[in-house]
Every structure is written in structure tokens, then in C-alpha cells.
Write a protein that binds this ligand. Structure first.
Ligand SMILES: *Cc1c(COP(=O)(O)O)cnc(C)c1O
Length: 217
């Protein structure tokens, strides 16, 4: 089974890195996948999933949440301010906090709603203009700003540029997290999660290796 293959590979990568296998959490990225594939992974006992669109997650997950206990849903895609309220109510973690205005909005809503998901800041380690995320040079100041708002910030997330060696980006993300005392590192996807684990990933976001290729038609 693909899920078992991925969890075995995670365990091996942890072993190779001298890390406790319990220190890496698999976020199974179910975006765009057909419901039967998601259900198969739920049936195997997996409970932590990632979605990159608020609307798609809202359409898909309520029935699964009724049928299976203990599901945790993480938002891994960009969050627009006008969807922030729904996202706070719906998700257990948001990996894509990327700007002061959104942080302010989440802080206000968290006050209102009396709850707030775990938050990770997305860092645009490749400084790609089309990609979301705070620039590395602005990360320390933004982390301080988010902490001053009393938000439950736990770590950092990155998506390395497709055409670059991911390990340089993983190393940079870890460095920023370490100097700011942030324990969680969300990095590594189907093609590079083992490398990410070697560099300290605590969340790996794996889609196609768990569910099969996504249908983009
Ligand atoms: C789709 C996606 C993933 C998973 O990608 P795979 O290559 O299928 O593992 C991970 N992170 C983010 C932010 C994504 O959008």
C-alpha cells in the first residue's frame, strides 16, 4: 500500500538521521484526489490531512469527520483574508501565514471565536516573485510581530523552487526556525521528503506518493 510505503520510508529516513520516528508527522495532502482514495487512507487509520483550498476542504471533509474520529485538517495553501474566519473555524493548523495583515485578522478573529489553529509561517526561501511567503530577510521581524499578537505560532513552512536543490532551502528554513526557537518545520513533499527529514522536518506534506498522481484534467 502506498501509505505504508511512505510511512516505512519516513521511518527509514528518521533512522538514517538518528531521529525518533515519532518526531515526523505525515500530512497526507488530499487536494484534488477522488473521495474513494481519501476514504481508503482513512480506512488504513491515517488521520492527518492537508488541503490547499478552503472551499474544497469545506466541501469534502464534513461527512468524513462525521464518520471517522480524530481527523485533523491542515491548510497548506494560500489564505485570503476574507476566508480567514472559515479557515480558523475549520482547520486544526494553518501552514501558510505569510503577511502581517493576515496575522492581524487572525488575531482579531481568534479573540472573537475563542479558538485559533496552530500557525506556521510560510517563508519564500527561494525569493520567487510568484510564490507566497515572507522573505527570509523579513522573517525574524515577522515572527516577533506574530508572537506579540499572542498567536499560537509553532513553526515555519517552505516550498523550494522546483528547479533548485531543495536541501539548501530546508537548511535555510531550519536556521531561521532555530534562531527563533520555533520547533516545527513543515517541509518535504513526495519528491524530497526524505531529504527534508535529514534536515529536520517535523511535518512532511506528501500528496501523490500517498494517493497516486493527481488528475489535472
Ligand atoms: C500539493 C502540495 C503538496 C504535496 O505535493 P506532492 O508532490 O503531491 O507530494 C505539498 N505541499 C503543498 C503546499 C502543496 O500544495
Amino acid at each position: 500500500m502506498p501509505l505504508k510505503d511512505v510511512t516505512d520510508r519516513i521511518a527509514k529516513a528518521c533512522d538514517a538521521a538518528g531521529r525518533d520516528p515519532g518526531s515526523v508527522k505525515l500530512v497526507a495532502v488530499s487536494k484534488v484526489q477522488p473521495a474513494d482514495r481519501v476514504e481508503a487512507v482513512l480506512e488504513e487509520g491515517h488521520r492527518l490531512f492537508g488541503e490547499n483550498r478552503v472551499q474544497e476542504a469545506q466541501d469534502r471533509w464534513p461527512p468524513f469527520r462525521d464518520s471517522y474520529d480524530g481527523i485533523a485538517l491542515h491548510l497548506i495553501g494560500p489564505l485570503q483574508s476574507n476566508k480567514a474566519r472559515v479557515a480558523i473555524e475549520f482547520f486544526d493548523a494553518i501552514h501558510s501565514l505569510d503577511r502581517p495583515k493576515l496575522a492581524r485578522r487572525i488575531a482579531d478573529l481568534a479573540q472573537d471565536l475563542g479558538r485559533c489553529p496552530e500557525l506556521l509561517i510560510q517563508v519564500n526561501t527561494g525569493e520567487e516573485p510568484q510564490k507566497a511567503g515572507i522573505l527570509p530577510a523579513e522573517a525574524d521581524a515577522f515572527i516577533a510581530e506574530v508572537r506579540a499578537m499572542d498567536l499560537p505560532l509553532t513553526g515555519l513552512m517552505c516550498i523550494p523552487p522546483v528547479d533548485e536543490t531543495p536541501s539548501l532551502h530546508f537548511a535555510l528554513l531550519r536556521k531561521i526556525a532555530e534562531r527563533n526557537g520555533l520547533p516545527e518545520l513543515s517541509m518535504g513533499m513526495s519528491g524530497d521528503f526524505e531529504q527534508a527529514i535529514a534536515f529536520g522536518a517535523t511535518y512532511v506534506r506528501v500528496g501523490s506518493a500517498v494517493f497516486g498522481e493527481r488528475d489535472h484534467s
